[in-house]
Design a binder for this molecule. Structure first.
Ligand SMILES: *[C@@H]1O[C@H](CO)[C@@H](O)[C@H](O)[C@H]1NC(C)=O
Ligand SMILES: *[C@@H]1O[C@H](CO)[C@@H](O)[C@H](O)[C@H]1NC(C)=O
Ligand SMILES: *[C@@H]1O[C@H](CO)[C@@H](O)[C@H](O)[C@H]1NC(C)=O
Length: 112
């Protein structure tokens, strides 16, 4: 049952809306929010935004990196984890917007 539930959630994420939110790792209930960064940019004609959100080497171990797309209408930036992340003490998340679109994404770093 559990497998089925997980599978259907994965499918729903893949097939469903392309809301560009992402999670790497797993957040535990007693983790601290180490950092929350919101990046917002206006659209640029015939061009896109490509920017990195850096969480420099810290004291705590990162358990999860969560990116929220604040646009919620399929036109937000697509996030990728460039370096670090869960199991490391630093992380770099790249946000790439679509051409002619701005972006408004929030990057959260959790750990303890
Ligand atoms: C981070 O993880 C390493 C390896 O598991 C551990 O030795 C270290 O104590 C952890 N740091 C913190 C702040 O918990
Ligand atoms: C980005 O989204 C957040 C959450 O919806 C909102 O509070 C904020 O005003 C937005 N920023 C810009 C520059 O639109
Ligand atoms: C999506 O929402 C954002 C912020 O509300 C807006 O700037 C943008 O134009 C919208 N995109 C589309 C395709 O509707």
């Amino acid at each position: 049952m559990r497998i089925l539930l997980v599978l259907s959630i994965v499918l729903a994420v893949i097939l469903g809306c392309h809301a560009y939110s992402a999670t790497w790792g797993r957040r535990n209930s007693n983790d601290y929010l180490l950092s929350r960064t919101t990046e917002a940019r206006n659209p640029v004609k015939n061009n896109y935004w490509n920017l990195n959100v850096n969480y420099p080497n810290g004291f705590y171990n990162i358990s999860a990196v969560v990116v929220y797309d604040n646009f919620k209408n399929n036109s937000g930036a697509s996030p990728s984890l460039y370096s670090g992340g869960p199991g490391y003490r630093y992380a770099t998340v790249n946000l790439r917007s679509a051409v002619n679109k701005g972006l408004n994404s929030t990057v959260e770093i959790w750990g303890r």
